[in-house]
Ligand binder design. Structure first.
Ligand code: MSP
Length: 506
């Protein structure tokens, strides 16, 4: 078997203190799009998601719910597993940090850091935010003594192990310099570089005042700081610490860790520092996406405006929701959810543009060409190589919105073509020249639809699949390299059925 190129992509692992919301769905869908694209483009893909189950925040939520932490995490983790089905995610694994495989890996990384001399025992006194699971310096706090994120902080004094992060600043800056694609989008890079240039303090990496966590090897009065524990999940899932594990060899270092902008520092500063210290290669890219607001307001539990992905799906449809999230906002920027924008996107892009094009073209072929894709007098589709190259490039930069904009442009141009060439009038005209022209136009439109559906697969897998079914395309013909292979003429099609219904506002 030819050796396939591998591609490893991860979502953050989600805290199980609460149920899934739009932010979780957003990151997961973005990863799913890239994972599906890469699979269709011939890569051997591993797509990982899962849950972050340790730490004080989760322990407190369990207490509040009146159950043991283990019972609590079992229950909430299940709702994140369900989300993977509700969103039609193609993840290959679902990791939980309470699993033995993970505890083993987290302790192995700890031992590596100890061996390299990067850990020492001291005592921490300073500010901690349970909501952010993060330590803050006095100078970072706001005037009303909150974390920069707005989260409450508390004073903590306890014995603690430290990671010598202060010794890693120069090496991190060198690493960023040598890996200009490590932090994406490029605008986020400066933010991280100036944070590191500002000087790094040693990082407290263990806690002693509660015990819901991974025990520190050799000192079980301490549990590991939840972020050190959590970050290791990306390694655990490849079989680490078994460096001969097939998946470790195939997939590490990861290609993309997709994260929200709020957790960029943990992934772009702490994580590569831990890995470099442990002599493990850092991931190739950290992509930080933006945050959603709801009808212009910050989403928060206290405002009661949290968006439940399950509810969006039941009102608007799954593929419609996936499409909206990927199309509405340039990936990397913040975005605003509004009902009006959602309905507008569904109707203008999906129903009126792609949906109408498909329905009109295939109905004309069904009626005017005896249900067969006509043979065009002239070859069509000379620019497909270029198109595929540009889509690959956009995908490699996680510019999902631009891929969708490209698809929409193809659909708009095809709709203009159908109006301009009026194949129904050519049929009516009936001369040999007109009929030949009609065959050419309908073939071109059908092939445009094929290209649109092929490229839409990662974004709206079920709907794109229906269009490709209508064109009677087999599995091979749905892979990305098949973009350059024109639609086989004389294929017999069935009477077409609508794929993207209009959303009728009450
Ligand atoms: N457990 C950590 C991640 C550990 S990874 C080693 C965590 N979990 S989280 O559940 O709080 O957040 C998960 C993701 O949801 C983050 O990437 C965060 O940016 C994202 N979002 C949370 N609210 C969001 C919005 N309103 N909009 C977009 N994404 C948001 O952090």
């Amino acid at each position: 078997m030819p050796h396939k190129k591998s591609f490893y992509i991860t979502t953050p692992i989600y805290y199980v203190n609460d149920k899934p919301h739009i932010g979780h769905a957003y990151t997961s869908i973005a990863c799913d799009v890239l994972a599906r694209f890469k699979r269709l483009d011939g890569y051997h893909v591993k797509f990982l998601t899962g849950t972050d189950e340790h730490g004080q925040k989760v322990e407190k939520s369990a207490e509040k719910a009146g159950v043991s932490p283990q019972e609590f995490v079992d229950m909430v983790s299940e709702s994140f597993r369900e989300l993977t089905h509700q969103l039609n995610l193609s993840n290959d694994d679902f990791i939980r940090t309470t699993e033995p495989r993970h505890i083993h890996a987290a302790q192995a990384v700890w031992k590596k850091l100890e061996e390299s001399g990067d850990i020492y025992l001291g005592s921490y006194s300073g500010w901690y935010s349970v909501r952010d699971e993060a330590f803050y310096a006095e100078s970072e706090l706001t005037e009303d003594r909150k974390a920069p994120t707005g989260a409450p902080v508390e004073w903590v004094e306890e014995p603690s192990y430290f990671f010598r992060l202060s010794a890693w600043g120069e090496r991190l800056l060198k690493f960023y310099e040598e890996h200009p694609d490590f932090i994406y989008p490029p605008s986020r890079r400066n933010e991280v570089v100036s944070f590191v240039k500002g000087g790094l303090m040693d990082l407290s990496i263990s806690r002693t005042t509660f015990n819901w966590g991974v025990p520190v090897p050799g000192d079980d009065k301490h549990i590991m700081y939840v972020w050190l524990d959590a970050l290791v999940n990306y390694l655990t899932a490849t079989g680490y610490p078994d460096e001969n594990a097939e998946e470790y060899k195939a997939f590490w270092p990861a290609d993309v860790h997709m994260v929200g902008k709020d957790i960029l520092r943990f992934h772009a500063v702490y994580w590569p520092a831990f890995l470099l210290a442990a002599k493990i290669a850092p991931p190739k890219r950290i992509f930080a996406h933006g945050w959603w607001t709801n009808e212009g307001e910050k989403i928060s539990k206290s405002l009661g405006n949290v968006i439940d992905p399950q509810q969006l799906i039941s009102v608007y449809g799954l593929d419609q929701t996936r499409y909206f999230l990927m199309r509405e906002v340039p990936f990397g920027n913040d975005g605003n959810f509004s009902r009006a924008a959602m309905v507008q996107r569904i109707n203008s892009d999906l129903a009126n543009n792609i949906g109408n094009l498909t329905q009109r073209t295939l109905s004309l072929i069904f009626k005017n060409c005896e249900g067969r894709i006509p043979t065009p007098p002239h070859a069509y589709g000379a620019d497909r190589e270029k198109l595929l190259a540009s889509i690959r490039d956009l995908m490699d930069r996680q510019a999902f919105h631009q891929v969708l904009a490209t698809i929409i442009d193809i659909a708009s141009a095809a709709n203009e073509k159908i109006d301009r060439e009026a194949p129904w009038a050519l049929k009516k005209d009936g001369t040999e020249a007109s009929l030949a022209k009609m065959r050419q136009v309908l073939y071109e439109l059908a092939d445009d639809i094929r290209v649109i559906a092929l490229l839409l697969q990662p974004f709206v897998p079920a709907s794109a699949g229906k269009i490709l079914d209508m064109l009677k395309l087999g599995e091979e013909a749905r892979h990305m390299p098949a973009l350059t292979t024109p639609l086989p003429p004389e294929t017999v099609i069935d009477k077409p059925e609508g794929v993207f219904p209009r959303f009728l506002d009450e």
